[in-house]
Every structure is written in C-alpha cells, then in structure tokens.
Ligand binder design. Structure first.
Ligand code: AMP
Length: 421
C-alpha cells in the first residue's frame, strides 16, 4: 500500500517547517504584547454554529464544510474558520460578563473543501486575534496594526492593506437593495442570479472577467453609509494614518463570511499569484446575536500561516540553506561504553542550553562524521576507547578540522565557552 496525504493537504517537513513555527510566533507576538490571551477551542463544533455564524448562503457553508454525523447522531463540522468558535466559547463561559473588550488570540487548523491549488488548501493553518465587546475605532485600528506588526517583524515588505466599511444594520439594507436592483439588470448565469437574491454583496467578489466587467458601474457601499458608519470609518482611517500605516481604500472589498459589519480589511501580497490574500478580518457586530448571544460588537482578523510562508519565500526571506543549522554540537561515540558516556554528556550539554545530537545506530567513525557535517554543528565530540581510558574526549572544530583532547568533566564548560565566543 502506498499512502499519500489526501488531496488538497500536504506535509510540512524540516527545514521548511521551521518557517511555520516562526510565522506562528511572529504573528502572535504583537497581540500578546497588547494583552491578548491564548484561547484553544475544539477542532470540531456543532454544524449549526457555522451554519448560523458564518452564514447559510456563503460558499463555506453551502459547499466547503467537512460535515459528518458522529456515533451519537450529532451533526459535527470540522472548523472551517476560527471566529465563530471563539464567540461560542466566550458566550458559553460568560467571558463577556467581565471586563471588556475580551482580547483573545488563537492558532489552529481549518478545513474547507476547496478547489485545491497553490495557496488554497483543504487543510490550512491560521493565527487569529479577536477583541470582543467594544465598539471603538481605536480597537479596529489596534487590530489592523497588530497584523501589520507581525508581518513587519518577519521582514515582509510586500504586504498591502485594503480597507473598506460594510456599514451596519441601519444602512446596509438600503445599500443591499440598491445593489440588488443594479445586479438584476446584468447578464448573469443562473447561479449568480440566485446569489443576487440571497447574498448580493458576494457577487462583488466574483473573480470572472465577464462578471467583473459588468460590475464597473455597481453602486458602492461607501456611498451608502449612514452618518454614524461614515464617522466611525473616518476615525479608523485617521488613526491608521496617525500610526503611519499606508492603506488602499477598496470600496469593493467584501469577504466570504456573512458576519462582517463596518470595518473590513484584507492583507494582500503581490508575490502569490491568484491567492493573494495573506490575511483578513473586520468588525462583526452581529455575530454574537446570530448565534444566540447578547449584542457584542467585536473586531478581529485571521492570517493564513501557509500563505505567509509562501510570501516569505516569494520575498527571498526563507533562508535557502537546505541544511539549516539544527544543532551546535554532534557526538560521535565509538563503542558501547562511549555511547553510554555520550548519552549522559548530551543531556548535560542540552541542560546547559547547547543544542546537541549524536550518531545513533552504532555507525562507524566515517558515517558518523558525515552526519556531524550534515547536522550543521560547529563542533563534534569524538569519544573512542583510548579517550575513555584517559578520561577525555576529542573536541573537533568542524570548520578548521582542529582537534583537542579535553577532560570529560570539562567538556560542557569548554564547549559552552567556545560557542559563546
Ligand atoms: P478567511 O477566514 O477566509 O477570511 O481567510 C483568512 C486567511 O486565511 C486568508 O487571507 C488566507 O491567508 C487564509 N486562507 C483562507 N482559506 C485558505 C485556504 N483554503 N488555504 C490556505 N489558506 C487559506
């Protein structure tokens, strides 16, 4: 039998997988510095949470969910996105009854039955932040800048911010009606005409050139905002400008999830081809009520870890050293007694903060030295029978080839010294 990872999924392997860890760390660090606490929710939830929370008419819910009935007869869905589960957890545990906003960050895998292609997978990883229970333009601006800070700390320079406002429950219905009557006059296929009736804003997101061409004259949401939404959006823009953030107003920016209100944004990268969105988010003031909670105006984003790695590679920031330095010291034990001694030495080295590995499997000195070179180590410890008898080991500088005998009791301090100078 020859198993392969399922279609639309793949494995992250070393050394490239180091980038995944680095991206998760870099994207979450700014949020942690801003008082966001870590939340972890289950990988699966009640199907109804996503049906209601993400929206019955969205592609995610109608086409892309991994849904199954469990052995207890419950309809379960693998998490397609992170926000609805976070809101569910906040409501379930009453976090919204404490100080507001509740600030949370998460990191996890999502599942969507998508048309698999570069940058679009059926299993992908996101880091996300959510700030729940406050309506404040400064909070929107904080959330947006925290994402940009994460990208910047990775050294990425090609991330652009697209910004829009989708209005609120007071002004969006009138816009929706205006958009609908415009869209009804276009030459669209049956499926898209159905979408016009259910979720007209999503039609603006259609990527097909024949549809795009007809959308040129579509009414823009920004021309239909109520005074409160207009003022709110202006304040978010002013705060971003004050923070030195460059952004592009994109009045056609809508997102694939129904719950967004007011501030909506996307982080895009020019080096990724068709799948240019590296992250996105916005305000979702109505989501809590959609899933049975009290009003809880909130804002957040989710950033794709996999696509951020692709962006790093597109900018040549991925290192490129196939060997990737993995350990500083590599042990070469020759014989059984030496192996025992080396095992202990390695534990002492690691406890002292030195990264270390050794040759396993009773290999000869030639094969073991080859592994030492491949490990990227600066020093090898070679321990043979004669060394053992003398109570010493050879420390070999793998760059210069220079080799010196050092008493076993001084190996750790000697190596530590050599590695810090
Ligand atoms: P969304 O949850 O759809 O707003 O997506 C937020 C971010 O997650 C996107 O900007 C992408 O970076 C990433 N993402 C969404 N869907 C996929 C997917 N199928 N494969 C890889 N990354 C994805």
């Amino acid at each position: 039998m020859n198993f392969q990872a399922p279609k639309g999924t793949f494995d992250w392997l070393p050394p490239r997988s180091e980038l995944v860890l680095a991206v998760r760390e870099a994207l979450s660090a700014p949020a942690r510095r801003a008082g966001y606490g870590y939340i972890e929710t289950p990988t699966f939830e009640d199907t109804a949470l996503f049906a209601r929370g993400v929206g019955e008419s969205t592609d995610i819910v109608t086409k892309e969910m991994y849904t199954f009935t469990d052995k207890g007869g419950r309809s379960i869905t693998l998490r397609p996105e992170g926000t609805a589960p976070v809101v569910r957890a906040v409501l379930q545990h009453g976090l919204h009854n404490g100080p507001l906003p509740v600030k949370l960050w998460y990191s996890g895998n999502n599942f969507r039955y998508e048309r698999a292609q570069k940058g679009r997978y059926r299993h992908f990883s996101q880091v996300g932040i959510e700030a729940l229970g406050a309506e404040d333009p400064a909070l929107d601006a904080e959330v947006i800048t925290l994402g940009l800070d994460g990208y910047a700390s990775l050294g990425l320079t090609g991330v652009e911010l697209l910004l829009n406002s989708l209005g609120c429950k007071d002004c969006r219905p009138a816009y929706r009606t205006a958009l609908q009557s415009f869209l009804r006059g276009l030459d669209l296929d049956e499926q898209t005409r159905a979408r016009v009736e259910i979720n007209p804003l999503r039609v603006l997101d259609d990527k097909r050139p024949e549809v795009r061409a007809q959308l040129e004259a579509a009414p823009l949401v920004t021309d239909h905002l109520c005074e409160a939404c207009k003022a709110y959006h202006e304040e978010v823009r002013a705060l971003l400008r004050a923070a030195g953030v460059t952004f592009t107003d994109d009045p056609r920016l809508v997102r694939g999830l129904d719950y967004y209100t007011r501030t909506t944004f996307e982080y895009v990268h020019g080096g990724l081809g068709a799948q240019s969105a590296v992250g996105g988010g916005g305000r979702y003031d109505g989501l809590s009520e959609m899933i049975g909670g009290p009003p809880l105006p909130s804002v957040g984003w989710a950033i794709g870890v996999d696509r951020t790695v692709l962006a790093l590679e597109a900018e040549g920031l991925a290192g490129g050293d196939e060997r990737a330095v993995r350990v500083q010291v590599y042990g070469v034990p020759l014989g059984e007694e030496a192996r025992r001694e080396m095992f202990t030495l390695l534990r002492e080295l690691r406890a002292a903060g030195v990264t270390a590995d050794m040759a396993f499997g009773g290999r000869g000195v030639k094969g073991a030295m080859k592994s030492a070179d491949r490990s990227g180590a600066s020093y090898a410890i070679i321990l043979g029978e004669r060394d053992l008898a003398a109570g010493t080991a050879q420390i070999k500088d793998l760059a210069s080839g220079e080799q010196t005998a050092v008493p076993l009791a001084e190996i750790v301090t000697t190596l530590k010294e050599k590695l810090t100078t």
